[in-house]
Design a protein around this ligand. Structure first.
Ligand code: DGT
Ligand code: CA
Ligand code: ZN
Length: 575
């Protein structure tokens, strides 16, 4: 009997099957079933193998008999026949190739059939030897782009997306707080600073009985095993193959340790230097008054800052980017918070690549307390997403307007996420755009154009009188795709000049604009919209990730247009 597979291994199994099926040219429906299953399983925090062995797998949403059988087969034999069958058909290296930005299953298969390329190394060599330019539809530029994509892929750092990890970290904190021996517990590190990617989960606990806490923690079902254990420190690994560090201190020093482990390292160094100039020494256990030698412990983090004469600095600002000076001078921003957001202006539906009906998406927004929302589905050039042309757009508008009359509690607006085409034209005529309440313009193609051309496209879009915002302005996909070559300062200046808003896209693999870019854009006078780009009704939960990213960018509610009530929001005009 093979050893019990981890959740990460099971999720990987279904990701592999759906990838192979895509390579095999399978129709989208079975693919979507695997995608849904993988989404459910990815979020499941305790052992999937245990649940499956108890026969409970099908209680999970999106898990049917076909998926359950495969999980059980995998547990029993360590293999799945369906996957073995597909593996025998295609070299595994094609999967990496097909995941390169701009490649996809068709091209990967074509490269294999035409040039016998089976993995990234061979593709790299073929590009360097200019073997691709002989193929139809490929040229010198294809080779350059692929080499760049391979370099990005190879530079991937083994960091996880914060949005994928945070729910699990929050559960750990909850479990710790419920333990009798625990007085306080929080997560610290990059996650608490709301970085978009994180390396591990850092947990901090106040307790008089570290040993009892470690015993209880190590027994949590979310943990696959523990690695090291000291007197006050434990490292463990989750079923999702994430490292967890647990540190325990006596209650009086809790604030000191939380502050220390929240970081960033750069912030801590600057803080210590600042404190030293004022006669204090900060370490992870206390703050020492150097002249008297008196060591003062801090039960709360705020006391650490207070003791050295600073106003409390929110974790999101602790990146050594001027926050200590701002705190000293009383110039810290009044950071935006989740309840400040009243509307969402970038929502998809199953009219294009969204996964739920207009009504279900609207209900999702309503449940999340939004006062207004705007459907911005894709436009026609995105054929893969079944983008809307003028006729279907007009039909969709009727459906939305009709639903709006019978759905109290939320106002539904009609919009479009119109493509900015490679030559800078918009994908729909002005007559169509003029009918809408709101237009977001986005780049979804020709990512590798030089800066001047990218900026020409952006300029054209922003100068259009109907375009109200730019969606995911840099196009980055965290860990997967570099931003296209956009001049952020120029973009922000144009945004300010034309009265076009810049989006913070809340998909946790985008978070685009990034915090630092938001800070710069606002400095240059741009206004921000915070949008989910929801494709599922549950995606409205993602709003918080955009809020976190905005807070990392020192963002205040006054600079975000969808914090305004609908009437005020409507009153914004283009310049
Ligand atoms: P990560 O894990 O790469 O996503 O980023 P962090 O910031 O969570 O880094 P991590 O887990 O290595 O350490 C957590 C915090 O602990 C870090 O932000 C600052 C503090 N810390 C850890 N080691 C050092 C160190 O050697 N020097 C200083 N100044 N601070 C440290
Ligand atoms: Ca960390
Ligand atoms: Zn988009």
């Amino acid at each position: 009997m093979p050893s019990r597979p981890s959740n990460a291994q099971i999720v990987r199994l279904f990701d592999l099957i759906s990838d192979y099926l895509a390579l095999d040219g399978e129709s989208p429906y079975p693919l979507m079933a695997y995608e849904r299953a993988s989404r459910t399983l990815r979020d499941y925090p305790v052992s999937i193998a245990d649940l499956a062995s108890r026969g409970g797998l099908r209680e999970l949403p999106g898990i049917g008999e076909a998926i359950e059988t495969k999980v059980l087969e995998f547990i029993a034999t360590g293999e799945v026949a369906k996957l073995d069958e597909l593996r025998a058909k295609y070299p595994e290296g094609l999967l990496e190739i097909m995941h390169l930005p701009g490649v996809g299953p068709k091209t990967a298969r074509h490269l294999w059939e035409a040039l016998a390329i089976t993995n990234l190394d061979e593709l790299k060599l073929a590009c360097e030897r200019h073997a691709l330019r002989g193929l139809p539809g490929m040229g010198e530029k294809t080779e350059t782009n692929m080499l760049r994509a391979i370099a990005t892929y190879e530079a991937r750092s083994g960091r996880s997306l914060a949005g994928a990890v945070e729910p699990q970290a929050a559960k750990f904190v909850e479990a710790l707080r419920a333990m009798p021996a625990v007085i306080s517990a929080d997560y610290a590190g990059s996650l608490r600073r709301r970085r978009s990617t994180i390396r591990d989960i850092d947990l901090v606990v106040a307790s008089a009985d570290p040993s009892a806490v470690m015993d209880a923690f190590a027994a949590l079902p979310e943990l696959a095993g523990t690695n090291e254990r000291g007197d006050t420190k434990l490292t463990a690994v989750t079923h999702t193959e994430l490292n967890v560090d647990l540190r325990i201190v006596p209650e009086p020093s809790y604030g000191n340790l939380l502050q220390h482990l929240t970081g960033s390292a750069g912030h801590n160094v600057a803080l210590r230097a600042y404190a030293q100039r004022r006669g204090h020494k900060i370490c992870e256990y206390n703050v020492e008054h150097v002249a008297s030698g008196r060591q003062i412990t801090c039960a709360t983090e705020a006391e650490v800052y207070e003791l050295v004469g600073l106003r409390y600095i929110p974790p999101e600002l602790r990146e050594n980017q001027g926050e200590i000076e701002a705190s000293e001078e009383g110039l810290l921003p009044d950071l935006i918070e989740l309840p400040d957001v009243r509307g969402d202006l970038h929502v998809h539906s199953d009219w294009t690549d969204g996964r739920a009906t207009i009504e279900d998406m609207a209900l999702g927004a309503l449940e999340h307390g939004l006062e207004y929302m705007c459907f911005c589905d894709h436009s026609q050039s995105l054929a893969m997403a079944r983008g809307l042309g003028p006729d279907r757009l007009a039909q969709q508008m009727e459906v939305i307007r009709e639903l709006n009359t019978r759905l109290p509690g939320i106002t539904l607006l009609c919009g479009i996420e119109v493509d900015i085409l490679a030559d800078g034209r918009l994908d729909l005529p002005d007559e169509s755009l003029a009918q809408l309440d709101f237009v977001t313009a986005s780049i979804h193609s020709a990512f590798s154009q030089p800066r001047a051309q990218i900026m020409k496209r952006m300029t054209n879009a922003m100068q259009n009188p109907y375009v109200r915002s730019i969606g995911h302005p840099t196009g980055r996909l965290l860990g997967r795709r570099e931003p296209y070559d956009v001049d952020l300062d120029e973009l922000a200046r144009l945004a300010a000049e034309t009265g076009t808003f810049l989006e913070i896209n809340a998909s946790y693999d985008r978070l685009d604009l990034s915090g630092p870019a938001v800070r710069r854009a606002v400095e240059l006078g741009a206004k921000i919209v915070i949008c989910t780009d929801a494709h599922y009704p549950t995606d409205f939960d993602n709003l918080k990730y955009a809020i976190w990213e905005g807070r990392r960018g020192w963002l205040e509610a006054k600079d975000v247009v969808n914090t305004r009530p609908l009437s005020e929001f409507r009153a914004y005009r283009k310049a």
